[in-house]
Design a protein around this ligand. Structure first.
Ligand SMILES: [Zn+2]
Length: 391
């Protein structure tokens, strides 16, 4: 979006200049043509084959001077507009890089299998976002095989979320009750929080709903131990049922943020329960790509300029470290202290008998006879004693 705005700004500058020039250029040309015409008329009165007289000189000299002045001014203005137009070109080059595909030597999405995977990821993204009709259309057009059991959890979660946004607790409560055991196993406070919101709703209903609120409090029984403090607060708020909670020490219970929080908690717990990531994998990939690509493009340019592009040949390795920020760190990585390379599936980290860890490639290089000497402690052990570490 920023790129579009950047280019648009340059285009606006050109159009502004162009309008300015066009406005006075037309007028100037007309005046010039008129003056040339009058000079022509004047000259036509002269006797044929005669020499220019003083009067003619008097008319011609300022006229020529003026023509020269105007044409040079217009040509300067034209040059200026040309530089603005080329600025637009540069802004487009800067903001829209179209040769990203060069960053990947493999044809990433060319095989039908990969294309299908990509379409499935896109389809899952739409299902997550609740754009069911678009997901359905994509499934048809890309001839995807998305079984109902894949779609149903997304549809259900979206319906419940939609209801929560409209402050309807029942669908979420029903879901939480059905999945109570699994939710408890992952220490979720979802069900308690849903009951809490319902209880607050009843309290804000005033004295008329006092009885109902008291009866509803029974729902808190299973949570009495874990949420004792919060329950005390809720019971305390009953004291103000007559006057309303707005100007009492319990006013925080009415904070609208509670409703935003419950949507987040529900999404997190439901995704964890279904074994899904909270964020859409497609969103994560794209945002990671947006962060990483500029740095990768820069390094590729530098490599090409210095003609050392052959350095970057490892397909599962990046030529530079790209920091995607704390939010995008999902698992530990291990860089071999000997070869200074990040470990991979084919070159995993190995733990020697002494406890020190190095990569498998280093281990193979350090073997002499049937022994390997730890480069750190340096205890000797056999290569067979080394165990692969899984991160
Ligand atoms: Zn050691």
């Amino acid at each position: 979006m920023d790129s579009c705005i950047g280019v648009e700004r340059e285009i606006d500058k050109v159009l502004g200049k162009f309008d300015g020039i066009k406005g006075h250029a037309d007028k100037t040309f007309e005046e010039l043509i008129e003056s040339v015409r009058s000079v022509k008329e004047e000259l036509e009165h002269a006797i044929p084959e005669s020499e220019l007289n003083a009067v003619h000189n008097l008319i011609l000299t300022p006229s020529l001077k003026r023509i020269k002045e105007v044409t040079s001014r217009l040509s300067n203005e034209h040059k200026e507009i040309h530089s603005s137009v080329s600025k637009v070109g540069r802004a487009i080059d800067k903001n829209f890089v179209s040769d990203l595909i060069d960053l990947n030597s493999e044809p990433t999405f060319e095989t039908p299998e990969r294309m299908r995977l990509l379409n499935e990821v896109v389809c899952e993204h739409f299902l997550r976002q609740g754009m069911l009709d678009i997901a359905e259309k994509l499934t048809q057009e890309a001839r995807l095989d998305m079984p109902a059991e894949v779609k149903e959890p997304f549809i259900e979660i979206n319906q419940i979320l939609e209801a929560l946004k409209h402050k309807e607790l029942q669908p979420a409560l029903r879901w939480a009750v059905v999945h109570r055991e699994q939710l408890q196993a992952q220490h979720s406070s979802l069900e308690f929080r849903l009951h809490r919101l319902r209880f607050i709703e009843l309290i804000t209903g005033g004295v008329d709903r006092q009885q109902e609120a008291l009866l509803y409090a029974k729902n808190f029984a299973p949570f009495a131990q874990e949420h004792a403090k919060e329950l005390q607060v809720l019971m305390g708020s009953l004291l103000f049922i007559r006057q309303g909670l707005a100007h009492t020490p319990y006013s925080h219970l009415l904070d609208p943020i509670n409703w935003l929080e419950i949507c987040d908690i529900f999404t997190q717990d439901a995704c964890a329960l279904l074994g899904l990531s909270v964020e859409s994998p497609l969103t994560v990939s794209i945002s990671a790509g947006c962060t990483a690509l500029p740095a990768l493009l820069n390094i590729r340019q530098v490599m090409q300029q210095r003609q050392c592009s052959v350095v970057w040949t490892a397909k599962d390795e990046l030529p530079i470290e790209v920091d995607l920020g704390m939010n995008r760190r999902y698992h530990s990585i291990f860089a071999c202290p000997i070869l200074r390379q990040q470990t991979s599936d084919s070159n995993p980290p190995m733990r020697l008998a002494c406890g020190h860890a190095i990569s498998k490639d280093s281990l193979n290089k350090l073997i002499t006879g049937n022994k390997v000497k730890c480069p750190y402690c340096p205890v000797e052990s056999t290569p067979a004693e080394a165990k692969q570490i899984r991160l």
